[in-house]
Design a protein around this ligand. Sequence first.
Ligand SMILES: Nc1ncnc2c1ncn2[C@@H]1O[C@H](COP(=O)(O)OP(=O)(O)OP(=O)(O)O)[C@@H](O)[C@H]1O
Ligand SMILES: [Mg+2]
Length: 481
Amino acid sequence: MGTKIPFGPRPFQPVKFLSWSSLVLILAVNLMLSVFIANSARQTMLEKNQEFAILLAENLNHQIFQRFTLPTVIGFGRIELRQPAQFERLDQIVLSTIHSFHVREVRIYDFDHEIAYSTNHELVGKREAAGKAVRQALDPGISSFELISRVSSWWAMFTLELAPESFVLRTTYPLRAERGFDPVAGPGPIMGALEFTQDITDDYEAVLLFQILILAASFASSLLLFSVLYLIIRRAAGTIAKRADEKERLERELHQNEKLASMGRTVASIAHEIRNPLGIIRSTAELLMKRSQSRNEEADPQQTRLLKAIYDESIRLSQTVNDFLDYARPRSPNKSRVVLSQILDQVLAFWEHEMGRNQVVVLREEIEGLSVMGDKDLLYRAVYNVLANALQAMNGPGTIRISTQEDAAHVTLSIHDSGPGIPPQLADKIQDPFFTTKEKGTGLGLSIVSSILRSHNARLEMTNHPQGGVEVRMIFPANED
Ligand SMILES: Nc1ncnc2c1ncn2[C@@H]1O[C@H](COP(=O)(O)OP(=O)(O)OP(=O)(O)O)[C@@H](O)[C@H]1O
Ligand SMILES: [Mg+2]
């Protein structure tokens, strides 16, 4: 029944804050890491291909020099590729060398930047194709690489199958004469620029696949990490909130207990002082009433009425004083097995006349012989107070349903009236001592009930019933001996 009224700034929610920021952080770190790994994988792949290209270039250089340049110069005196015989011989050597490597085309440029040889024969004699790389290979003799891509690497990431020749590596290498096996001699003079292109789409595809795998794995691991983190944080926040609530409840209880203890002491001493003279007033009024009846004379009706009023009011006042004392100094229960139906029988017998007058119907549905360990008198008082409240709430005709239930852990006594129910805004207060909505109430009834139940290790629950009225449940522990 604890409805908290929110006030002040919204409370800081560590679960939301930490989990969202950690999700973003984890995703960002993982994404950066995977982009870094994928990039270095691509870099490594390119370097391997370049190393391989250099080896191929050296081999081509060697084959061309040994098997073509030298024999041609010796046989023909000079190299002239326009002569079909020479061209064909070079073509044969080149084709046999690049055979079984993924080489698309091989070209040799002369010093006029003209294509002197190409595996694509139609290009021979063309000049405009020579670029910066060719010029640098001819002078000062630097080899270079160029990656020619027909698709962007971002787009390639979303394409599972790349078209052949999507990624091509072009290598330009200075073609040199060899100086035999003398290492001191250094590189020979440049004879031309060798340029060849290789299709590295397959390697690129492998790297892309690797990249996709890394991204997927990083995404999955991010989600996993996030879920674990989320669970941990949520559990921690739950524990913190529970502890805070518990602390608040204990503080409230402590405060309340202190207040009540001091109030209780005052009330008890006043009540104690009132009780004795009150007892004398009551018994004197009773005595006077009896005397005036037994004198057998015509009693003065006015006097009898006044005596009756004194007697009735003193009874009501002593009931109130008893309530105060019960509340302020609750006595510890004298426990024995108590059959709930017997207590109910007694209380209902007390109210029988009143209920008959008000046309209140009682429907009972109890488990026969169901008992709890308890103090007969205290339990009587508890049930009495609850029934009194029910009758007062109905304030006329109505129905009271009484039932008992039992399960492995609890024995429950439920009393459901057909009154107006408890207004929601009062739900938190009705069990507070001295809270009452009645003109002649002390507001101690329910406090006494809960204190009696507490001393029986039982608890009181009051809820508005869906079909109207209030349902009061007294829940006792089962099998308590
Ligand atoms: N069955 C009920 N239906 C509706 N309201 C109830 C019911 N029982 C209790 N209440 C509300 O709870 C308040 C507190 O009840 P409690 O028994 O503690 O004191 P009281 O009945 O007002 O006074 P006293 O018990 O001393 O006559 C009541 O004043 C009433 O407003
Ligand atoms: Mg009451």
